[in-house]
Design a protein around this ligand. Structure first.
Ligand code: 1GP
Length: 253
C-alpha cells in the first residue's frame, strides 16, 4: 500500500504545526484558471489541494485533475470525492471516506466497494478517512446528498464517541465537516474534545471564511484546515497568505 502522501501530510503537521488545504471544486473553477490558481496557492502557503464536490456537473473531471497535477509541482493533490464518479488517475491520493456520522449504508460502504477496483487499477494512494458531518445551521448539500443526519453541534460527547470509533476502526484521519458554504463552522469546543482524546489527525472544514476563524480551529486542535467556498470569489484570494499565516501560527512562515 502506498503511503507517501499521508507521510507528506504528517510532515506538514510536524514542520508547520498544522496544514492549510485549499479545496478546488471542478464545477466552480474553469479549466483555464487552474494554473494561475494553483500557482498563487503554492506561492502563498497552501500545503495541499483537495479536489471534489458533493455533486459533479462538469464533464471534464479527469482533465481538471490532470491540469491541476501539471500545475501543482510538489503540492500533494488529494481527491475528496462526493461520489464514485470523482476518481482520477492523475491524483496522488484519495480520501477514502466513510460517512460514519450517518447510518446510510450507501455512504458507509456501498460507494466504497464500487470505487475500490478503480482505485486499485489506478494505483492511487487511499487514505482512509472517517467523515463526520456536523450540524451547521442550514441543510448543506453534503447532508442532503448523503441522506444522513449530521451530528448535533452542541453535543461534543456524541461527536467524540464517533471519533473514537473511527480511530478504533483504523481510519487514518478524521474529517469534521460542517459542509461547503456552511453558515456555521464546526464548534471549537467539539474540535477540542476530540483532538485531545484521539491520536489520529483531525481535518476541519466547512464555512471557514476568515484567518481568525481558521486559527481558532488550529488552536482547538485541528491538524488541517480546509477552505474552499471563500476562495471561489477571486477577490478573496488576496487574503490567502493571511490564512496560511494563521493556520501556521505555531511555527509561523
Ligand atoms: C467542504 O470542508 C470543505 O467539504 C470546505 O468547506 O467550501 O465552506 O470552505 P467550504
Amino acid at each position: 500500500m502506498k503511503t507517501a502522501t499521508y507521510e507528506k501530510l504528517s510532515a506538514i503537521v510536524r514542520e508547520k504545526g498544522a496544514g492549510f488545504i485549499l479545496l478546488l471544486d471542478p464545477d466552480r473553477l474553469a479549466l483555464d484558471q487552474i494554473a494561475e490558481t494553483v500557482q498563487r496557492a503554492e506561492e502563498n502557503g497552501v500545503d495541499a489541494l483537495f479536489i471534489g464536490g458533493t455533486l459533479l456537473l462538469s464533464r471534464s473531471f479527469d482533465d481538471f485533475v490532470r491540469l491541476t497535477r501539471e500545475a501543482a509541482g510538489e503540492l500533494p493533490i488529494i481527491l475528496f470525492p462526493g461520489s464514485v464518479f470523482q476518481v482520477s488517475k492523475y491524483a496522488d491520493a484519495i480520501l477514502y471516506l466513510s460517512v460514519i456520522s450517518g447510518r446510510n449504508p450507501a455512504y458507509l460502504i456501498d460507494n466504497q466497494v464500487l470505487a475500490a477496483p478503480i482505485v486499485w487499477q489506478y494505483q492511487i494512494e487511499a487514505i482512509s478517512c472517517g467523515y463526520l458531518l456536523v450540524e451547521s445551521g442550514q441543510m448543506t448539500s453534503a447532508e442532503f446528498m448523503s441522506n444522513s443526519r449530521p451530528l448535533p453541534r452542541h453535543k461534543p460527547e456524541l461527536a467524540l464517541a464517533h471519533s473514537l470509533a473511527a480511530q478504533y476502526l483504523g481510519f487514518k484521519i478524521l474529517y469534521l465537516e460542517a459542509g461547503s458554504g456552511a453558515q456555521l463552522s464546526v464548534p471549537e469546543e467539539m474540535i477540542m474534545a476530540i483532538s485531545k482524546t484521539i491520536s489520529i489527525p483531525v481535518i476541519v472544514g466547512g464555512g471557514i471564511r476568515s484567518p481568525e476563524s481558521a486559527q481558532k480551529k488550529v488552536e482547538a486542535g485541528a491538524s488541517f484546515v480546509v477552505v474552499g467556498n471563500h476562495f471561489e470569489k477571486r477577490d478573496n484570494f488576496t487574503k490567502i497568505r493571511e490564512f496560511a499565516r494563521a493556520i501556521h501560527y505555531k511555527k509561523s512562515d
